[in-house]
Write a protein that binds this ligand. Sequence first.
Ligand code: HDD
Length: 758
Amino acid sequence: MSEANPLKRVAHKVADSLQGDGGPAEGIPGKPGAESPPVAEPTEPREPLPPKPDQSGPETVSPTGQPTGADQARMAQSGAYLTTAQGTRLHDTDHSLKAGPRGPVLLQDHHLREKVMHFDHERIPERVVHARGAAAHGIFQGYGTAASVTKAAFLAKDVETPVFVRFSTVLGSRGSADTVRDTRGFATKFYTSEGVFDLVGNNIPVFFIQDAIKFPDVIHAGKPHPDREIPQAQSAHDTFWDFVSLHTEAAHHTLWNMSDRGIPRSYRMMEGFGVHTFRLVNAEGGTTLVKFHWKPKLGVHSQVWEEAQITSGVDPDFHRRDLADAIEAGAYPQWELGIQTFPDTPEQTFEGIDLLDPTNIVPEELAPVQPVGLLTLNRNPSNFFAETEQVAFHVGHLVPGIDITDDPLLAGRLFSYLDTQITRLGGPNFPQLPINRSHAPVNDMQRDGMHQTAVHRGAAPYRPNSLDGGCPFTAGADMGAYVETPVRVPESTKVREAPESFADHFSQPRRFWLSMTPVEREHIIGAYVFELGKCYEQAIKERQLQVLANIDPELCEQVAQGLGLPAPAPTVPLAEVEPSPALSQVGRTWPVDGRIVGIVTGADGDLESVRAVREAVLNAGMVPLVVAPAGGTLGSGDGGVTVQRTYVTARSVEFDALLLAGIPGVGSDAYTARDAKSTPSSVEPTTCDPRVRLLLTEAFRHGKAIGAWAGGKVALEAAGVPVDAPGVVLTDSPTAALDEIVRLLGKHRVWERFATPV
Ligand code: HDD
C-alpha cells in the first residue's frame, strides 16, 4: 500500500472504529475480534518515511558557520529591518509608547512588553560545576592506529570528524577568573558518522572520589561557604580541606591540584585525560581496556602561583582570550589523542594497579601512550550562549567500539549528565539545540516535551509498528548499531561497600611526589602552605598534615614548617614506588609557537631595534607585543610600528619573555610627576619608569627570559635585576638576544632562577 500521508490512514481507522460496535479497530495487531486479519509486523523496511525536520542531520556547516537557505531566514540580525519576534517591522525601539513625551507609559505597548519579557529570561542556570568555560570548534583526524582495538569509525585512518571542545574550571561561577588554582575540564564532542561521542575529561588524570555518590559532598565542600558565599573559585578554605583530609582517597587529586597542573599557562598547554578506564571493542568483538590521553603539541606548561594570582585581577579572561586569540591568529592548537591499553582480564588490574579505581593512574613508563589521532582547534564560536553555554556533554554519548567499565564513579556520571541538562537547558529536547545535534541522521521515537522544535511526521512513534511501514527498524552490530559488550558480571551480593583494593590512598600520590623535580616540589609545598594557611580551623590543618606525612615525610615537614606546626609521623608504611618521569613538566624542550614576547621600549627607544626584533619574533612563530609609554605608532610612514600595550595596560603576566629595546622610561612623556612621587627614593627615578621596573621584577621573579642590548642594561639595573642571572640575556644585537630567548622559551621557564634549582 502506498499513501502519501500516513496520517490519513490513521484517521480512516479511527473513524471506522468509532462507527463499529466499540470493538477494536480494524487491523490492530494482536487484538481479538478484528474483522480482517491483523497487519503483520513488517520484517524489513518498506516505504521508509521521509526524513523528519529535526532528523535530517545538522546543517553541513556548524550552527554558527555561514547559514544557508532556510536557516538564513531564521537567523536574527540577518535582514535589513528590525522586526518583532513575530516578524513585524518596527519603526522605533528606543522609546516606550507614552501618553505624551512626559506622560505615563501605556500598557498597550506590546513591543516594550515583548522586548523586556525576553530580556528578563535571557539567563539560564549556570552549570552546577564547570560553570566557567571557553570553547572552540575543530577537526579530529584518525590515524588508523587504533584499528586493532576498536571499530570506532572516527578513529579509522584519515577519517575527519568535526569536534567541539569546551575547557573549564570546576569550582568558580560563570564570571569567575580563569587562572584560579583548580582542575580544568577538557570536554570533547565528536560529531562522528556513527553518532555523537563525548569524551568528558579533565586536565588531571585522577579524581577526588572513587564513588559518584560522594560527588555532591565534594562539590559542596569545594564551593563557597553557604552562609557568605565566599571564597569564589578557590579551594583555599576550611570546608574543602575538611572534606579532603577526611576522605583520604582525595589525596592524589589534591596533590595534582597543588602542583603546577592546578594553574595552567594556557588551555593550549594542558594535557587532557578521560580519567576512567574505558573498554574498546574491535570488529571481531575483542575487547581491550584503555585510558584516554590528550597530549598538547605545545607541551604542558603552567603559571607560577604569584603570576596566576596577579592574572586573576589583571585579566580574569586570560585563558579564554588566549584560546580565542591563538585561533583567530591561525596558531591552531593541537593535541594528539592517545591510549594506554591493558588486557581485559577479569581482575581489571594492570601491574597491580586497579583499573576501576579513578584515583589511580598507570605510569606511562609501564603502559606507553599510543597516538591514535590528531585534534586541531581551528574556529572560534561566534555566539557564546548558543554554543559554549548550550553545549551538553554526557559520558553516556558513546559510539560503537567504545564501551564503559564498572568504575563506580563513571556509573554515577552516566546518570548525572543527562539529568543536569533538564534543569540547565529546560527540558529533554536539548539534543535538538544546534550545537548538540548529531551529524549522523537521527531517527528516534522521542516526541513532544518542552522546547520541542521538530514537527515530527509519522503516526507510530513506537516499535514494532505496522503503520509507518514498520520504520524505524533496529540494526545489528554489522549495520553500525551500538551493541553493549556482553561482559560477564561477577556473581555477588548487594552491598554498599568499596573493594579492598580501593583502600590504598597513599602509594599513588607518593609516586607523583617522587616524580617531581626539586623546583616542582617547591611549588607544591608553597601551594599547600598557602591553601592550608587560609584555613581557620587548626584541626583541619593538622589532619591534612597527617595525610601529607603518609605521602612523604619531607613534604609534610616542609609544609608544617610553613604553617608553624609540628610535623606528624606517618601512620602507614611508606609505599615503595618507582617515580614516573613522564609526570614532570620540567626538563623537555617544546615548540615556542604562539608564545607572547613583550618588546618594551621608551619614548626615546631604539626604533630600529624594535622593528628588527619584532620581525624576528614573528619569524620565530611567536607573537610580538610592543610596549611603549603611550599608544599610537612609533615612527611614521611605512616604517611605523604600532604600539599594542602601554605602560598603563601592560603587566608582566601577559608575556612569556621580555625584550628591552632601548632604555625604557628615560624621557618618557608618560612618566609624570605623579608617578615620580610613588617611586622609592632609593631608585633614581629618571633611569626607568616604575611600571617598567615592575614588569622586569615580576618577569624575573616568575622565571621568564629577559633579553636586552645597548642601554637595556641600565633598565635592568634600575629594576634591581641581576644582569648575570640565568636567563637574563645581554647581547650586542637584538637578533642575537632573540635566538637565546627562543632557546630559553623552549623550556618554558628559566627554572634555575627558582630558590630550589632543578
Ligand atoms: Fe563532571 C560537568 C568532568 C565527575 C557531574 N564534568 C563536567 C564537565 C567536565 C566534567 C569537563 C564540563 C562539561 C562541559 O563543558 O559542559 N566530571 C568530570 C570528570 C569527572 C567528573 C573528568 C571524573 C572523572 N561529574 C563527575 C561526577 C558527577 C559529575 C562523579 C556526578 C555524579 N559534571 C557533572 C554534572 C555536569 C558536569 C553536574 C555539570 C554540567 C554538566 O554536567 O553538563 O552533570
